[in-house]
Design a protein around this ligand. Sequence first.
Ligand code: AMP
Length: 501
Amino acid sequence: MKKTIRELNLKDKKVLIRVDFNVPIKDGVIVSDKRIIAALPTIKYAIESGAKVILLSHLGRVKTKQDMKTKSLKVVAEALSKELRQVVQFVPETRGLILESKINKLESGNVLMIENTRFEDLNNNAESKNSIELGKYWASLGDIFINDAFGTAHRSHASNVGISNNIKESAIGFLVQEELSMLAKAVYGNKRPFIAIIGGAKITDKIKVIDNLIDKVDYLIIGGGMAYTFAASQGFSIGSSLVEVDKIPLAKEYMKKYSNKIVLPIDAAISETFADTKPIYNKDNSLEIPKGYMALDIGPKTVKLFRTILAGAKTVVWNGPMGVAEFSNYKQGTEAIANIIAAQPNVFSIIGGGDSAAAIINLGLETKFSHISTGGGASLQFLEGASLPGIDAIKESNSNVNQKQVKTAPVAMPSLQKAENPLPTVSLEKNMDKTSVKLEILPQKNQKHNESVQNKTQTIKASTTKTLDLEINKTAMVNDKTGKISVSNDKTSVTNLSKKK
Ligand code: AMP
């Protein structure tokens, strides 16, 4: 379990907070302040706790000196100042004596923001390549580090991993905690039926997500450009639709193995060119796309089919649009799916950022979803079941006590609580530092039973190792001498699980 901000005494401490202020800016004006608003709970908490707050964020990519003109965080500092109704001192530096002296003059409750961390990329990509020197330097500016930037959690940069590795105390902020908690609840919460909707351009970008979710879900709905590689694998002619020829065998394999779970579109909005033309709907009740046409969106029959599949869903995880949602004529499919989920009662719905999130926000349906992730790449990596370096680098929690005060959805112990499929296998994945491992619990049939968990008996098999870094909010320890594993979170306690020799 990662330490959270509430577990630390921030009073009079210099608290470095990594936030995600990578806001869209047009002609010097902030177009959406959502990311600023999302960071407020952590910043306000730090101020109220008497911290001397030092904010770090990136803004866009900085490749040339010219980029520095349009990628300054000054405008963000001004906007934040308005939100907080207090001065946010902006220092247009990422290092140096001026910055250090201003930090040293901070009083408790003051807020200071440094310049775009990616200005350091003009220095041999020091930020993006996680320069040890830069991580150490930024860490030296504070006493405590809080990572509240979920959007960069999948990256190993100096302003997240670098600082974490070089500072005594670190913790996650409220936004990161909420993101992890919600994503875990969706993927491992086992509220069924569980349906994943995966769309977007390419299978290549989403294959790991499909791989990780396919055994967990009841249905996997596939839309977007990638649907046509699947369609091609089933022998449909797909006209000039998007296709990844090298992925056709893989798609075929999936269709064979998971024919009872994968749901493909059955009609499409088609166009002769990749442009926002008036759509034509292929009349046949099939994925057959006529020669000279490409499928740019799902059609009305598919919407009807997906509606039937989604009816009664208790968990929905959605990543990627159903069509070219940037084109006003081809966004209907994506919008229709958004409306279907939004209208559904009692569904725990997670949107994994990116284009699908944008569609929901444009439709004003945000409040109808349980959670819309602020980090497209990070949530995708979470859905892949991969670890997030920015989170891994944060110190482990010493206690559970303060965690309970934090307002986040409870994270259930996934497989251990699931009646239909109660037999988990534990698989271990070594982290980069080789001392800890990520532990994934997979429900599996035909496992031996020899341990009692909430009145259900089961075995967890694990390979060797010392400390297991379980899903968020859970920790696991393996005792090498006795070969016993104990797993716990605030809801479930499991001990004496036999270790595979
Ligand atoms: P992703 O970033 O993988 O979620 O993919 C989003 C992109 O997929 C968007 O830019 C869409 O334009 C694109 N996309 C979705 N459906 C199609 C399609 N049928 N043909 C071509 N591109 C598509």
